[in-house]
Ligand binder design. Structure first.
Ligand code: NAD
Ligand code: HSO
Ligand code: ZN
Length: 433
């Protein structure tokens, strides 16, 4: 893991180069994804079957996972796993319940009523990754906020393995309350959800993380359907001062590095000794990890320790990166919240390690990556609702403001707009008595 002394520009530069390189790789994949989407649009189930055979190596007669298969999966997994899922569910539900919003009605005494209705989306597609690693926790993180929002129909898709869909994913779906599950994955699954096929219903919005093909397909179908965000490879930034515990910090950096060779793990510290200790700890802990090959590749390519002169400088670098996850291992970390402008999720103090959020505490783990925390937020109940405004004016209330509206309409050259106001106050035009 490289240590950079105050060289902020070089690390930011490295990140820009990485993001540009990723962009070039994406260009070729994007062409393949475009072809898959066009094919699914035209040949529907037939094409879906062919891509599932080509990319997942599985021949499917039917895409729908049967109720019996879900029941068998629930019976086959350990009871301690089901209990842990139930514990996580309780926390995810209690946290997301707080995000629920009411509409409003704003009525005055002058005959004006203005308001906003909040309605759940009708049909949502949830993509659950199932390629290199299965993530039952992502089932809970995507489905439970949709349930809380009141989404009527939740359609889950996940790639099949040789022996069907991973039973832990099916058990998590059962606990989250989803039974409409299709064993399809990749860009073909996203296209099927966006345009519909004979077997797969067309949805209003597609949510959930996935690999590059999934992310590119979501980007390509945006407009035909809504999407949540492009959640790419995991990232963690840790800010630490002399109070930081090197073993804890190294463990937390590696927790995200083990996700993906493209994951990013960065420590920004004011303490040179800590920088050295964390570097050694990362090496030591890597020896003990089953996924050490992935974690090492990610640490070597995108890992760094940056030594800075002050915490203010550390906050500035972190804000520039806008990381998916930010941990604060410093004096009075709560106070530092005021200095954080851009981060998907913030973990405060030594006993709030990032995996606490990945699995259990309640905040969502589907988070913006690649600097998009500047403008995207964590997946939330808001992602599963839409809003309609409503208005009611009495004749008297409209009469009070009619001239001003006519002036604005005429300035835009829109006479029909102006007339729709003034006609209501002309004798012949249909005044209402
Ligand atoms: N940000 C988050 O919240 C979060 C959470 C969980 C997982 N993730 C990320 O999700 C990703 C999961 O990726 P995965 O690959 O394991 O599973 P995946 O389900 O996203 O992708 C598997 C599918 O990719 C398609 N595919 C594979 N090779 C292809 C090719 N050459 N051409 C076209 N399609 C191809 C296949 O259809 C296959 O079904 C990882 O990058 C992980 O870090 C992110
Ligand atoms: N850290 C991932 C998001 O970047 C989410 C996850 C799922 N399982 C474990 N972790
Ligand atoms: Zn994780």
């Amino acid at each position: 893991m490289k240590i950079l002394y105050g060289d902020i520009s070089s690390i930011l530069n490295d990140m820009t180069v990485l993001r540009e390189e990723a962009g070039r790789v994406e260009k070729t994949a994007a062409e393949a994804v475009e072809r898959i989407i066009t094919d699914i649009k035209m040949r529907k189930d037939e094409a879906l079957r062919e891509y599932t055979s080509r990319f997942d190596g599985v021949e499917l007669a039917s895409f729908r996972v049967s109720t019996e298969a879900i029941e068998r999966a629930v019976e086959s997994v350990e009871s301690s796993f089901l209990e842990a899922l139930e514990g996580a569910k309780r926390n995810i539900v209690s946290y997301h319940e707080k995000q629920k919003r009411q509409g409003f009605v704003d009525a005055d005494t002058k005959g004006i009523i203005r308001g906003q209705l909040i309605r759940p989306l009708h049909t949502v597609g949830v993509y659950v990754p199932g390629g290199t690693a299965a993530y039952p926790s992502s089932v809970l993180m995507n489905v439970l906020p949709a349930k809380i929002a009141g989404v009527k129909r939740i359609v889950m898709v996940t790639p099949p393995g040789k022996d069907g869909v991973n039973p832990h994913i099916l058990a998590a779906a059962h606990i989250a309350g989803v039974d409409e599950i299709y064993s399809i994955g990749g860009a073909q699954a996203v296209a099927a959800l966006a345009y519909g096929t004979e077997s797969i219903p067309r949805v209003d919005k597609i949510v959930g993380p996935g690999n590059m093909y999934v992310a590119l397909a979501k980007r390509a179908v945006f407009g035909a359907v809504n999407i949540d965000m492009i959640a790419g490879p995991s990232e963690i930034v840790v800010i630490a001062d002399e109070t930081g515990n090197a073993s804890f910090i190294a463990a937390d950096l590696l927790s995200q590095a083990e996700h993906d060779t493209n994951a990013t793990a960065i420590l920004i510290t004011t303490h040179k000794e800590l920088a050295q200790q964390v570097k050694q700890e990362v090496e030591r802990q890597l020896q003990e990890l089953p996924r050490a090959d992935i974690a090492r590749a990610s640490i070597e390519a995108n890992g760094a320790i940056v030594v800075v002169d002050s915490l203010q400088e550390a906050f500035a670098v972190s804000n520039e990166i806008a990381p998916e996850h930010l941990e604060l291992h410093i004096h009075e970390p709560m106070t530092a919240l005021a200095d954080i402008q851009h981060a998907g999720s913030i973990f405060i103090g030594p006993y709030a390690p990032e995996p606490l959020g990945d699995y259990f505490a309640g905040p969502n783990h589907v988070l913006p990556t690649s600097g998009t925390a500047r403008f995207f937020s964590a997946l939330s109940v808001d992602d599963f609702v839409k809003k309609s405004s409503f208005l009611s004016y009495t004749r008297e209330a409209l009469e009070q403001v009619k001239d001003q509206i006519v002036i604005l309409a005429e300035k835009e050259g829109l006479q029909a707009h102006a007339r729709a106001i003034s006609i209501r106050f002309e004798e012949k035009g249909g005044a209402d008595e």
